[in-house]
Write a protein that binds this ligand. Sequence first.
Ligand code: ADE
Length: 244
Amino acid sequence: MRFSILTLFPDQVRNFLSESITGRAIKQGLIELDTINIRDFAENDYGKIDDTLYGGMTGLLIQCEPVYQAWKSTFGKDGDRPYTVYVSPKGKVLDQNRVMDLSKKDHICIICGHYEGIDDRVISEICDEEISIGDYVLTGGEIASVVIVDSVSRMVEGVLPSEDAYTNESHMSGTLEAPQYTKPPVWHEKEVPEVLKSGPMANIEEYYRIASLVETWQKRPDMLDKLTISAEDWEKMLAFKKSL
Ligand code: ADE
């Protein structure tokens, strides 16, 4: 899978993604990361790619043509255009379902704005969708692009050690992951639940299933509204909550 990031700060994007799991995936060739500096496509010798806004508003806006040329430079050898995303606080907020859909694309180009953003004419001409990573405003789109590359990459086959590494996780099945524990069995008088130490496996699985529902109930009750929970499971959840 290939990512092309159009940005004024390519090092910021590359530095983050070249570490840890994404860094290993890049080295192994499971994902390809191109960072393209929009400034390299300035129409002048001094690298100026922005200008003042029409309408008397303050600030500077990135111009259409450098973005357009930078975007065209990402096309495949056969002229294939990438699936193109503009990251902005005006976009649809990213969630795990969107991440999974994006992980099916072969080539994604992410355009990062800065200053007051980018001239709307080029965005509406070349972007397939606009994505926000949350209802707050960042200084630029770079962090948002890193969030997308990171979350999408870990869905790409081979990036994580096994499918199990992500199928039981929070948001994958509409619930949050159950709390997990490692050694020692007792810490600050807090004990690891007996069933997790002794099994059998079927009981452990049932424990995790109910623990995951209770975790969601406690931390993200809004997510439970989208699930159909049987009366029997509600009883188990209540009993579990009482036992905490
Ligand atoms: N750029 C600035 N704020 C953003 C946000 N919340 N999401 C995506 N891109 C952004």
